[in-house]
Design a protein around this ligand. Structure first.
Ligand code: NAD
Ligand code: MG
Length: 385
């Protein structure tokens, strides 16, 4: 039986690479549903190639164009956020790959869990915002959440059945500004930030990588995925991105997963788990990687990492606040409305202003997200940070 896969965000960086995995294994995987936000032309092209049962475009303005372009095929066409949240519940779907970006991924992910679907989790923001809630749901519905983020996939691949993790060592590339001074960081542009040294990814996560908020989010994601305490998670800067992350055990043994930077591997592993399947592409050549280096992260220059740790320690809706403020400032930075370092200022101030809730419900997260966006956007516009 082929595994039926729904891809939330099939037109993005993770989504298109997931389709490459499916194309490489037509005997194993089938695209059951494809969804996108805006890129209707690419979605049409993907639908014509992969012939899913259904496609969903989140932006309702694009519905007619999509519907017409696929009218000769037996593909169901839907539009809007509600349709997107509902499509994941379709009976035949085995795995939902959450490859959409940001807070918007939370609702469809929760729906997919309630419908008993295996989650291949790329959308880390979902775990950052509501990890506790998502974990509780996954336990209630007995649904596995399989990591797609390369670091978490690496850790997952290093886990042992009978031995608990002693420490998680998350590697970070350090991004394009790893060696920049605080003074230099004051004037960096979005064009510089969008040039990641090792990975080609969507704009939002690329900016998050440059500011190291991405690593901060990954620390929070690791806590919820692997059930460890914050003190058990260490970040190590490793500019070559060959060691994808490591696990230390009580006896001091450290296991690492290595490979060339290629997201198709963690995507495919989430699809094929617990098996491994062949995968085309470049292999790690140790004769060519004779320098693997490691250094401590600098939270003075990369304050977002410290802010994410703080949010993790405070818990409650604080990570939700940090995520929403971050989504606002990253969008603003991409429109040249705020400086690189200004982003951390806004996030920090927003953390002080939005009401803290120790044990939030789903509705509290929805409210916190909306309120935080208003507070952060106002700060950016009025420059009150
Ligand atoms: P991307 O911007 O390239 O693609 C995002 C996809 O989500 C697109 O298909 C877009 O149409 C869709 N989308 C965006 N907003 C939406 C909304 N409001 N409603 C519905 N659909 C929406 O992003 P990406 O780089 O592929 O990242 C996707 C997720 O995976 C992010 O959460 C990111 O943190 C995570 N991730 C990405 C990588 C990577 O290598 N790209 C690695 C690890 C984790
Ligand atoms: Mg990652």
């Amino acid at each position: 039986m082929k595994k039926q896969i729904a891809i939330l965000g099939s037109t993005g960086s993770i989504g298109t690479q997931a389709l490459k995995v499916i194309a490489e294994h037509p005997d194993l995987y089938e695209a059951y549903a494809l969804t996108a936000n805006n890129k209707v032309d690419l979605l049409i092209e993907q639908a014509r190639q992969f012939r899913p049962e259904a496609v969903v475009i989140a932006n309702p303005d694009k519905y007619l164009q999509l519907k017409e372009a696929l009218s000769d095929l037996p593909i169901k066409v839907y539009a809007g956020a509600d349709a997107l949240a509902q499509i994941v519940e379709s009976g035949p779907i085995d795995i939902v790959l959450t490859a959409m970006v940001g807070y918007a991924g939370l609702r469809p992910t929760m729906n997919a869990i309630k419908a008993g679907k295996v989650i291949a989790l790329a959308n880390k923001e979902t775990m950052v915002v509501a990890g506790e809630l998502v974990n509780a749901l996954a336990a209630q519905y007995r649904v596995p959440i399989l990591p797609v983020d390369s670091e978490h996939s690496a850790i997952f691949q290093c886990l042992e059945l009978n031995n608990p993790v002693h420490k998680i060592i998350l590697t970070a590339s350090g991004g394009p500004f790893r060696t920049f001074s605080l003074e230099q960081l004051q004037t960096v542009t979005k064009e510089q930030a969008l040039k990641h040294p090792n990975w080609s990814m969507g704009a939002k996560i690329t900016i998050d990588s440059a500011s190291m908020m991405n690593k901060g989010f990954e620390v929070i994601e690791a806590k919820w995925l692997f059930g460890v305490r914050p003190e058990q998670i260490e970040v190590v800067v490793h500019p070559q991105s060959v060691v994808h992350s490591m696990v230390e055990y009580v006896d001091g043994a450290v296991k690492a997963q290595l490979g060339v930077p290629d997201m198709r591997l963690p995507i495919q592993y989430a699809f094929s788990y617990p098996k491994r399947e062949p995968l085309s592409g470049e292999r790690l050549d140790f004769m060519k990687c004779n320098t693997l280096t490691f250094e401590a992260p600098d939270t003075r220059r990369f304050r977002n990492l410290a802010l994410a740790y703080e949010a993790l320690h405070r818990g409650g809706n604080m990570p939700c606040i940090v995520n929403a403020a971050n989504e606002v400032v990253v969008a603003s930075f991409l429109k040249d409305q705020i400086s690189f370092l200004g982003m951390s200022d806004v996030i920090e101030k927003t953390m002080e202003r939005v009401t803290f809730i120790q044990t939030p419900t789903y509705e509290d997260y929805v409210e916190t997200d909306a309120l935080t966006r208003r507070v952060a956007a106002e700060m950016v516009i009025n420059r009150t940070y």
